[in-house]
Design a protein around this ligand. Structure first.
Ligand SMILES: Nc1ncnc2c1ncn2[C@@H]1O[C@H](COP(=O)(O)OP(=O)(O)OP(=O)(O)O)[C@@H](O)[C@H]1O
Length: 248
């Protein structure tokens, strides 16, 4: 059984910004869940994911994997990376190698896997993300949906138990969005924890089993999509009324 990822009264403020991006956030991300993190622009969704992945470090409070606080030493972060993978908002920020193969293999090789193990991990992740036929392609020649799935494969090749994804479906057409959601379904079926920070309300409603609502850096609610979406006050915190259409 994998350990929960727990935030205990975590605060973070960006340099030069007087308002904290997150303020005393406490929550537990339990293994095997499908979680959507919702909230308006600037609510703190990306900051939450960056902290969970160890890219930002709390200025107050603590983040734990199981009972163990995250260690920000080089080896501590390497350990965290084996458990928690983050896919950033724009695949272009994540893809930096010349070919898809190089890009997906970077993570596992960097973690110290042998070339043979890394090769296995690349094939496994590529199959999971439906990009096996793209492995020889240059990354710059991919479509938006392909880039998104290659970026996902690059993180999954490190075989994290937790997959955190920032705005997985933004800018994708309906077909590309379906394909990426299928990958999340496969991961969930494998018992992995998937955490999506998203403005895609239809995705949250149909796909998530738990919704975390952030409002101005604080947790406004944690609950099932049915409960959260039935609450007028929470709906208002998540998005303006005109965004509540279902374009699944
Ligand atoms: N690099 C930065 N420097 C200063 N302030 C920042 C920085 N990044 C984020 N912030 C601020 O931190 C707060 C939380 O931002 P964050 O990006 O986490 O929100 P978000 O919910 O992900 O928003 P969005 O939906 O627009 O992506 C906002 O007030 C934002 O302006």
């Amino acid at each position: 059984m994998t350990a929960a990822l727990t935030f205990a009264a975590v605060s973070y403020r960006f340099t030069g910004n007087p308002t904290p991006a997150l303020h005393r956030v406490s929550l537990s991300i339990d293994p095997g869940r499908r979680i959507a993190v919702l909230g308006r622009n600037g609510a703190g969704k990306s900051t939450l994911l960056l902290l969970a992945a160890g890219i930002l470090r709390p200025q107050e409070g603590q983040i734990r994997l199981g009972d163990t606080p995250i260690s920000y030493s080089r080896s501590g972060l390497r350990h965290l990376r084996r458990h928690v993978g983050l896919v950033m908002q724009s695949p272009d920020e994540q893809l930096f190698s010349a070919s898809v193969w190089q890009d997906i293999s970077f993570g596992p090789l960097n973690l110290g896997l042998s070339p043979a193990e890394a090769r296995r991990a690349v094939h496994e992740a590529a199959a999971l993300c439906d990009v096996s036929d793209l492995l020889d392609r240059p990354t710059h020649a991919l479509s938006g949906g392909q880039k998104a799935r290659v970026a996902l494969a690059g993180v999954l090749a490190m075989r994290p138990q937790y997959l955190l994804v920032d705005e997985a479906t933004s800018g994708l057409d309906r077909w590309a969005r379906r394909q990426i959601v299928q990958v999340f379904d496969r991961l969930a079926a494998q018992g992995k924890t998937v955490v999506l920070a998203t403005h895609d309300l239809a995705l949250a409603r149909r796909w998530a089993d738990l919704v975390i609502v952030l409002d101005a850096g604080s947790v406004a609610a944690v609950g099932t999509p049915a409960r959260v979406f039935a609450d007028e006050t929470l709906r208002h915190l998540i998005a303006p009324a005109e965004d509540w259409h279902d374009d699944w």
